[in-house]
Design a protein around this ligand. Structure first.
Ligand code: SF4
Length: 244
């Protein structure tokens, strides 16, 4: 179910204040953070985001130049000969399903939107291969429209470590973040948290000693107190009371 104003939880003033301080610190650390998927148009970003499911942005960036050069428009990609897309995107994994989604998405763009990428959540999530996360990426990065918060694996993991949510699904985590942060913070907050996940708070080994958020993070590892903040659930669970 998509987040709605009515469905949002009301966070405590303390939690909201801590979220805003976290957002402000991330803004200092990663002022220029943006989407890592290379693109020159909303269409390219949409297609690259579909390709990025269960695949690294680096890998997507390696295949998209040839894909976009051969099929520069939605109409061209919708009419791609059988096997042509699959060959170009094979290294991204799940290439048969992704090729089906790319082709179906572009057909829908041609048939319903004149080959252009629509600018509303409702229209975007009706396209094949496009769920709420992809729609949020396109609306936020390509059009500067904030209707939600992008919740990828980094955002999902780190917001739980930070005690900003107890939820486990991206949809519910998004609801919590939308209730905590003002709409004009939604787009950049995700980009910056993703950068933080790649540079400092990695899933494998969070570098709490070097983290600018440590004073605001209930999961921050105390020197010699515990081996690592490897389990978001355990770490958040231990410090939930003090975090809220
Ligand atoms: S203090 Fe540690 S667990 Fe918390 S955000 Fe920073 S690196 Fe991640």
């Amino acid at each position: 179910m998509p987040p709605s104003t009515a469905a949002r939880r009301r966070p405590s003033p303390q939690l909201r204040q801590r979220a805003e301080r976290i957002a402000a610190q991330l803004a200092c650390d990663y002022a220029d953070a943006t989407c890592a998927l290379r693109h020159a148009s909303p269409l390219e970003l949409l297609l690259a985001t579909i390709l990025s499911a269960q695949c690294t942005d680096d890998r997507v960036n390696r295949v998209t130049p040839a894909l976009f050069a051969r099929f520069p428009t939605a109409a061209a990609l919708a009419a791609a000969p059988p096997g042509a897309i699959e060959t170009l995107i094979r290294s991204c994994g799940f290439f048969n399903a992704k090729a089906r989604n790319l082709r179906g998405c572009c057909r829908a763009l041609v048939e319903r939107h004149g080959g252009e990428v629509p600018r509303t959540m409702d229209e975007l999530v009706r396209l094949p291969g496009v769920a709420r996360k992809t729609a949020n990426v396109v609306l936020g990065t390509a059009f500067g429209i904030a209707v939600g918060v992008v919740v990828d694996t980094h955002v999902q993991r780190i917001t739980r470590l930070l005690g900003l949510t107890r939820q486990r699904t991206p949809e519910r985590i998004e609801q919590d973040l939308m209730a905590l942060l003002p709409p004009d913070a939604w787009i950049d907050f995700s980009h910056r948290l993703i950068w933080h996940g790649r540079r400092v708070c990695s899933a494998r080994r969070p570098r709490c000693d070097d983290c600018s958020l440590a004073a605001l993070c209930p999961s921050a590892r105390q020197p010699a107190a515990r081996p690592a903040a490897q389990s978001a659930g355990r770490a958040v669970g231990r410090s939930r009371k003090s975090a809220r």
